[in-house]
Design a protein around this ligand. Structure first.
Ligand code: BG6
Length: 500
């Protein structure tokens, strides 16, 4: 269905996100006939530009980054009502001019006053822009016209800053006007976790502490920090990946079944899981975490220099490019079931997956194969680049002698569904246009995510003060991470699934 007519205002319109993802995503929506019939795009940034040159830049971006072949008709449809406004919340009168511009566009195009403001700016812009929008009267809703704001990542840098940001936004906006983005929720394989669990009768009866031994969540990247030194050195792997992307995976795997498939019920169930993550003492936080930075090495045939030699990274930086955690979720369903998480940059393979390890057979009646030599029962949800679901189990090898071996039953998305490549932003933008917040983060869930990582942030900061962060381990670029991460899990008699 076509969403309501609307005016789509992008702050940070000259940035990379707009070029690489937003424009190609809008294009794909138009190509699938899922755009509003009346639609205007207003680009906002600090620099000067004209409508024509902005439109030309967008067209160029489409040529460079579109995920599908362009047709002239669809390009024309997206770029028909494009305009550019220079605005800056620090500048007197700037948002009044923006308001006048938007109102004129709305009359010309007939978008009926519905507006989306997409904050594709650095995070320091979020609160000032929303405050300025509020002061200019641009986000007040009426019965006939909705006003929504999409906020990109990162949402804060710790619990306190996230709370403050929520407070600033909620001074101006209602919660249901705020769409906090986590692009992992735009991935089909991530959305499918809920379908796998709740559209099948098969898995859910086993999905608890009685049958599950532990859960492993891996987001391994081959990319190194490269030119993002400035941002990354102030951020690190924990903040960059855990309270957001990895906790999306964790909450979808661990949530209770919501009573309804709608935003309030699903978001409540997800928030509850995050709120149930054990709060460690500083000593427990140190014991249950490993942080590390990469040394020089070779990743997929390319030489990578050590993290600390990256431009804009401090030579004695204590920032981690890898983190492994052992978390406990204190609920009836999960008590005693560890969740092991690991993520890192410059690793030897790109692989994101959730692996659920089931308990083993209570004993083995096969004398030549004791329980510890049977294959482990894993259900592995491949998120990327392998979009698969695999079940690993035991089977009899052919032959007169009884030999048992591990085999895989594999479902590949590609084999069943024939989907055009996307940017991953299409569903999220479409849902925002349709007013469906299910795939966006509610304030309390964001805060619960930060609260769950706070013990690690605090314990590491203390360790940095104490001894300069001696616990910070290293790993050669191109490997599967630091040995310390293997110990984190092997001391429990378990092992990571191989990465390489
Ligand atoms: C971003 C992080 O949010 O997610 C990046 O800032 C990371 O550091 C990226 O590389 C990973 O996203 P994806 O979709 O490539 O897994």
């Amino acid at each position: 269905a076509h969403p309501d007519p609307c005016c789509f205002v992008i702050f940070g319109a000259s940035g990379d996100l707009t070029r690489r993802l937003l424009l190609p995503a809008l294009y794909n929506l138009a190509a699938s006939d899922l755009m509003p019939e009346r639609f205007a795009l207003v680009g906002v940034a600090r620099g000067e530009d004209t409508d024509d040159s902005f439109r030309a830049r967008l067209e160029e971006a489409l040529r460079e980054f579109s995920t599908r072949p362009l047709t002239r008709k669809t390009v024309a449809r997206i770029l028909k009502n494009v305009s550019y406004v220079q605005a800056d919340p620090e500048q007197e009168g700037s948002f009044e001019r923006l308001k006048a511009h938007i109102e004129k566009v709305e009359t010309d195009v007939g978008t009926g006053g519905n507006r989306i403001f997409y904050l594709a700016t650095p995070p320091s812009g979020f609160a000032p822009i929303v405050t300025a929008l509020g002061q200019a009267g641009l986000v007040k809703q009426s019965r006939d016209a909705w006003r929504r704001v999409i906020v990109e990542k990162p949402f804060g840098t710790d619990l306190e800053s996230a709370r403050k940001l929520n407070e600033s936004l909620l001074e101006i906006l209602q919660e249901d006007q705020i769409f906090r983005m986590d692009h992992y929720l735009g991935k089909e394989t991530v959305q499918n976790i809920m379908i796998l669990r709740f559209a099948n009768g098969l898995f859910e009866p086993l999905w608890n502490r009685n049958h599950i031994d532990h859960v492993q969540i891996t987001v391994a990247e081959t990319v190194d920090v490269g030119r993002r030194g400035k941002f990354y050195d102030a951020t690190g792997a924990l903040r960059d990946m855990v309270p957001n992307h990895m906790f999306q995976l964790l909450s979808l795997v661990a949530m209770e079944a919501p009573a309804r498939f709608d935003a309030p019920a699903v978001r409540a169930a997800k928030a509850e899981v995050l709120q149930a993550i054990s709060q460690y003492t500083p000593a427990e936080a140190m014991k249950n975490s490993v942080r590390a930075a990469y040394e020089g090495g070779v990743v997929r045939g390319q030489k990578v220099t050590a993290y600390r030699e990256t431009p804009d990274v401090l030579a004695d930086s204590a920032t981690e490019t890898y983190v492994a955690l052992k978390l406990m979720v204190d609920t009836w369903r999960w008590a005693g079931v560890p969740f092991y998480l690991r993520t890192g940059k410059a690793l030897g393979a790109r692989k994101s997956e959730v692996a659920i390890k089931f308990k083993e057979a209570p004993f083995s009646m096969f004398r030549n194969t004791p329980v510890d030599r049977l294959a482990q029962n894993f259900l592995v949800l491949g998120i990327q680049p392998d979009e698969t679901i695999k079940l690993h189990f035991n089977a009899k090898a052919p032959g007169p002698e009884l030999e048992i071996g591990g085999v895989d039953m594999t479902f590949r998305y590609d084999d069943f569904f024939d989907a055009a490549p996307t940017t991953g932003y299409e569903t999220l933008i479409y849902d925002c246009m349709a007013g469906d917040g299910m795939l966006f983060q509610r304030a309390d869930a964001v805060e619960a995510g930060w609260a769950a990582v706070e013990p690690f942030q605090k314990a590491w900061a203390k360790a940095n003060d104490r001894d300069g962060g001696k616990d910070l381990a290293t790993y050669p670029a191109g490997t599967d991470g630091p040995e310390e991460a293997d110990k984190l899990i092997s001391r429990d008699g378990r092992a990571w699934r191989p990465l390489l």
